[in-house]
Write a protein that binds this ligand. Structure first.
Ligand code: SF4
Length: 373
């Protein structure tokens, strides 16, 4: 089966694993730690599951538990094999557990509760597992940030700056990490830029980087703050605009759209491209909640401005307002993402792979589509 079609199907359908297949999880292999959202189709408190896995062509796939899924991973001798019902499709591999997951910071905190590895090589920090839109019941309808934190309580809600720097140093020292992704929920105050500046200073002090390969994904950066984010030393910036179609955006993201309009997003992304450079700005979209037509309009406009796009495959996850709904078909995702990749290639956007690559993205198809020649 075509790897990209398979990945689309696995993300849309979910997956399960035989007990013998997940032996070594949490010791030899990387387990889920719920650093931000929950992407499984059902909660699994107290049960360790893989974070993600690798297909034979190197594509990283997020593990989204669905205990009714026809996809199942079974152990087969010394290998793991993916089955669709009774038919074997291919071998798969879990990802090795980073050594720092078992280590503590100098203040005695578990490093895994501060930073986690996304995919194979992206060191992820969420500086605050909270979003002000939940307080007014205006959270984005696809978001389960708060309920995921309450369900698992597996990470620290706020991380101290020195600990983040120590985790970055230790993780980079292992040789597994190539990029950083730093994000948080939406702040309702002006302190975010200075907090992020302090965090990146700590990371630079601990790693020796002058400019940090990776991406900051803050509350929408506007006006002079864009330059301030650039001056923190991070190489790329992202904008979680979520839905391209303006009317759907307002309906699905009631809180966020009150504070940042579609047009403000587009203007800010244009300004950010001028400051960070082409390819170093990301529009982040949730793929599967709007039509192919409007989604591709977004791809066309953003890539025409020199921005890259990370479109996450929507998961109707528990705790979100859309829990229990269904995503479009795998074929829809495949066709749409192939057209998106063609548009981006035509617009000659630099890949930005030094800041975010296909190995980071178990839950997006676009990087994989862009690898297909
Ligand atoms: S802005 Fe929306 S997606 Fe982001 S954390 Fe808040 S509710 Fe979730």
């Amino acid at each position: 089966m075509n790897s990209l079609k398979l990945k689309a199907s696995l993300l849309v359908t979910g997956i399960r694993a035989e007990e013998s297949a997940i032996a070594g999880l949490g010791e030899t292999y990387k387990e889920q730690n719920h650093g931000l959202f929950g992407w499984d189709f059902e909660n699994h408190k107290g049960i360790l599951l893989p974070d993600d896995f690798i297909l034979p062509d190197g594509a990283v796939v997020q593990f989204r538990l669905n205990s009714l899924s026809p996809y199942i991973v079974k152990s087969k001798g010394n290998e793991l094999a993916l089955f669709l019902n009774d038919a074997e499709i291919c071998t798969v591999k879990w990802i090795n557990r980073p050594r720092f997951y078992a280590q503590k910071t100098s203040s005695g905190q578990d490093m895994v509760k501060i930073g986690q590895i996304g995919g194979e090589d992206c060191l992820f920090f969420c500086y605050q597992n909270y979003c002000s839109h939940f307080g007014s019941n205006k959270q984005c309808y696809f978001c389960n940030l708060v309920s995921t934190f309450r369900e698992y309580r597996s990470v620290m809600p706020k991380k101290d700056i020195q600990s983040i720097g120590e985790v970055a140093k230790t993780a980079w020292g292992e040789g597994m990490v190539n990029h950083i992704l730093l994000t948080g929920g939406c702040f309702s105050n002006e302190k975010e830029v200075s907090l992020i500046s302090d965090i990146f200073q700590s990371i630079r002090d601990n790693t020796g980087f002058e400019r940090i390969p990776g991406t900051i994904l803050p509350s929408p950066a506007k006006g002079d703050d864009i330059r301030r984010y650039y001056d923190t030393g991070i190489q790329a910036i992202g904008y979680s605009m979520e839905i391209w179609d303006d009317r759907l955006y307002q309906a699905i993201c009631p809180g966020k759209s009150e504070s940042t309009s579609h047009d403000e997003f587009v203007r800010s992304i244009g300004k950010a491209v001028n400051i960070f450079g082409p390819g170093n700005v990301y529009g982040v979209l949730v793929m599967g909640l709007e039509t192919k037509e409007t989604f591709l309009d977004g791809i066309r406009t953003l890539s025409g401005m020199g921005a890259n796009i990370v479109p996450f495959v929507w998961s109707p996850n528990p705790g979100s307002k859309f829990a229990g709904h269904r995503a479009p078909t795998p074929e829809w995702y495949f066709d749409t993402v192939m057209e998106a990749a063609a548009i981006i290639r035509r617009n000659n956007v630099p890949t930005g792979d030094e800041n975010h690559c296909y190995k980071c993205d178990g839950n997006s198809l676009l990087h994989d589509a862009l690898r297909v020649k």
